[in-house]
Design a protein around this ligand. Structure first.
Ligand code: GAL
Length: 515
């Protein structure tokens, strides 16, 4: 619902399936598989490389609840849901959510049952720093995350901590939020508190989750909190600050904490796969543009050889700004100091991926906006299976293509898939989720084994049904269901939890009968 809602063409399109290459057939011979029939379907039997890690993820606002307990103050999502509940699909909020603030031991119990090696969760900024700045550090907030981390470690599960997952303190939003460059320094201060208090036990850090979504949906489209319609300007300012915030936190860790704590730190970016709608060169270029404006915007400064924003973005936004009579580009420029600080500032490429779009060139955009700058129109193939979220169709082969694009574009970085999953409307017999996880993980396995992509971990979104932003509780992403009518918020395994557990146990896909 809250993602890209570009015009959907209701024409029947030819389904662009991955054709099974001779390479797969050949390689499959060296693995265990169930004969021609399954190979025809494009399924690949084999195991993940030794040391490959499996985990699952959540984020603070989506699961913790306790929105105003023990000194926690208001963040931008608290403000949005309380002041404008009409924009949430079911008028709900994250006040209690899955109540993980009180039920974290239940979460760890099911993580153990699943057999995952790590758990990705995020820190609630205002739970730790109620004023947003470091003038007050909440002992209760620190205690909560200490307890969670200790409980995980006692059960042999590694914590992977996202420092920021979209819940900016409202007090900082009042200063302009991510459009104000000072936010980079506030974030660095928050990161320091996190490293100092938890870094003795946390060895996997993610600075920011999906700066594209926060910037475009929050400050350009005006959908997500802080819900500002600053078309064509606000998103770029926000992205600029978020990149700087990331660089500051990375170098802080690298210089002051890594020598003793010896962990890894990176960023999580998201991307759809953008498939050209036709083979017309204009559509091929459009698909490439769409990738550069979404993933490249943040990945190019960090992972490319030359750093800085993608040349294509700089050129297009610069030209558009000139035509609009502006004195400077709406995309701020990165100075050489920042280009250098950003280049290489991530130990791994955190990737969130859910779905794909068909892309075609579109020269008819209206007012200045990120969307018009892309000069792209997206649609979906009506044959792609629908899910519980209007923006999410099931397109497993798009995952493999995206992983290959990243390999080629950024010199085969170490990719950690930090989110992948699907929604439905609820129920324990979640057959579609079982199929989705199986097929997407299988495409990832092909990317590793057949294409040589460097991928070291996979994280299933999500451990629990939770507050799905503007979708409220109407879109369930959990492999465990949560009974939101029960004050105890009882967690129950869905079929997908069992399926994921089996894949983990087998370290991949052994034989037909195992899945
Ligand atoms: C991601 C986000 C998660 C979750 C997921 C499913 O973009 O990081 O918080 O909401 O999408 O929509």
């Amino acid at each position: 619902m809250f993602k890209i809602t570009f015009v959907i063409f209701l024409r029947i399109l030819i389904c662009s399936k991955t054709s099974l290459s001779a390479e797969i057939m050949e390689s499959a011979k060296n693995e265990q598989y169930c004969g021609e029939k399954t190979v025809e379907k494009g399924f690949y039997y084999g195991t993940f490389p030794e040391g490959f890690k499996f985990g699952t993820a959540t984020s603070a606002y989506q699961i913790e609840g306790a929105w105003n307990e023990d000194g926690k103050t208001e963040n931008i999502w608290d403000r949005l849901v309380h002041q404008n509940s009409a924009v949430i699909a079911d008028g709900s909020n994250g006040d209690i959510a899955a109540d993980s603030y009180h039920k974290y031991k239940d979460d760890v119990k099911i993580l153990k049952e699943l057999g995952v090696e790590f758990y990705r969760f995020s820190l609630s900024w205002t739970r730790v720093l109620p004023k947003g700045d470091v003038s007050v550090i909440s002992t209760e907030g620190i205690q909560y995350y200490n307890d969670l981390i200790d409980e995980l470690l006692a059960n042999g599960i590694m914590p992977m901590v996202t420092i920021y997952h979209w819940d900016l303190p409202q007090s900082l939003q009042d200063l302009g939020g991510w459009t104000n460059e000072i936010m980079a320094e506030y974030f660095e201060d928050f990161a320091r508190v996190a490293f100092s208090n938890f870094g003795d036990r946390v060895k996997w850090w993610i600075t920011l989750n999906e700066p594209w979504v926060q910037s475009v949906l929050g400050y350009d489209f005006g959908w997500d909190a802080p819900r500002l319609n600053l078309h064509g300007v606000g998103g770029y300012l926000s992205g600029h600050t978020m990149l700087k915030a990331h660089a500051l936190a990375f170098h802080l860790y690298d210089k002051e904490f890594r020598p003793s704590q010896k962990g890894k730190i990176g960023i999580t970016l998201e991307s759809f796969w953008m498939e050209p709608k036709t083979s017309d060169p204009k559509d091929l270029e459009a698909a490439e543009r769409a990738l550069q404006f979404e993933l490249g915007w943040f990945a190019h400064p960090i992972f490319s050889k030359n750093g800085d924003y993608p040349p294509l973005m700089k050129q297009i936004i610069g030209e558009n700004s000139k035509k609009e009579g502006l004195k400077r580009s709406r995309l701020p420029s990165l100075s050489s100091k920042w280009i250098e600080l950003l280049k290489g500032s991530s130990d791994f490429f955190g990737l969130n991926h859910y779905t794909s779009y068909l892309v075609e060139a579109d020269e008819n955009g209206q007012d200045p906006s990120w969307r018009r700058d892309t000069r792209c129109k997206t649609s979906v193939n009506p044959l792609w299976p629908e899910t519980g979220s209007p923006w999410l169709k099931v397109v497993p082969w798009g995952f493999r293509k995206l992983l290959n694009w990243i390999k080629k574009e950024y010199n085969n970085p170490d990719v950690i898939v930090t989110e992948n999953g699907v929604s439905d409307k609820g129920g324990l017999a979640d057959k579609q989720r079982v199929a989705y996880i199986t097929e997407y993980m299988n495409e990832m396995l092909k990317a590793i084994k057949l294409d040589g992509c460097n991928i070291s971990a996979y994280t299933c979104w999500s451990l629990l049904d939770n507050f799905e932003w503007l979708g409220g509780y109407t879109q369930k992403f959990g492999i465990y269901s949560v009974d939101f009518d029960d004050p105890e918020r009882r967690r129950t395994a869905k079929e997908s939890a069992k399926a994921y557990s089996t894949i983990i146990k087998n370290n991949g896909f052994l034989k037909c009968q195992d899945i």
